[in-house]
Design a protein around this ligand. Sequence first.
Ligand SMILES: [Zn+2]
Length: 182
Amino acid sequence: MKDLQRNEKLIIDKNIPNPGIFAIVPIVRGEIIFYFDRHFVATPTNISMRVDEHRHQLSTDPTLPENFLNHSCAPTSFVDFEILALKALRDILPGEQITYNYYTSDWDDEDVFECHCGASDCHRYIRGFKNLPIEQRLKIKDFLSPFLLSKFYDGLSKDQKICHPGRRSVWGPALGGDLTKI
Ligand SMILES: [Zn+2]
């Protein structure tokens, strides 16, 4: 059933320099795009996704879309870590790439890479949440993995530790993370 759902919405394009997954039907904001293949390993790999301190999601099936999920600084989707599903961050049109922000799950900079997403506020070099200043951490707070929420203040100087990440309602809706409501 899960595979059927994936195939109805997505196509994996391997004929481009950086293979990725693309919508083939309109997807509406908040919609579940797919469920991850709930399989956890203790040691990360270059395609695993960190969920908790000692749990890294790593599909047992290398053909699944989750293995081709690329980063963007202006992503079209986000990971709902409570149900381990990928959801649409906004309405997505057929042909658009399904991406998520690696900063919402990557802590350190073991796999630094150069980003070419084209977003006006592109980070350029993707180095892990540990390297983000407080302003940028707050912008993605609603989308962080449990592990990164537990590390929210780590690596910051004392004067940057001014806000409480648990106060979700203060920082706007779960979707969008609207900082204008502060
Ligand atoms: Zn970027």
